[in-house]
Design a protein. Sequence first.
Length: 114
Amino acid sequence: MKSMDPLTQVLTAISHPTRRAIIGQLANGPARFTDVAGRFDTALNAVTKHLKLLERASLIERRKEGREVFISLRAGPLKQVAGWVHEYERLWKEKLDRFEDHFKDKKAKKEKKE
C-alpha cells in the first residue's frame, strides 16, 4: 500500500463527521476510550477504526493508565490544513473583490443614468 503524505492523511482523517466529532470532544481535554466511544451509536470496533485513522494522521495519542486508555488531541497537524487553505485565501479574496467591484460599477452606472 502506498503511503500518503501527512497533509493527505490529515485531510482524510477529518473528512468523516464522526472523526471531526471526536476531535471536537478531545479539544476539551483528554478522555477515556469508553467516554469517546459512548458518544456514538456505533460498535466499539467502528470507533476503534476511527481512532486508528486519527492516530495514523498524528491527530491523537493514546496513553494507558492501568486498565484505562486515555486519548488526547494533538492539534499540530491541523496547522497543515490551515496553511494549505490559507494559500487559496488570496484567490477567494480576489474573486470577492472583483464581484464587489462589479456591483459598485453597476450601481454607479445606474446612479449616473438617474
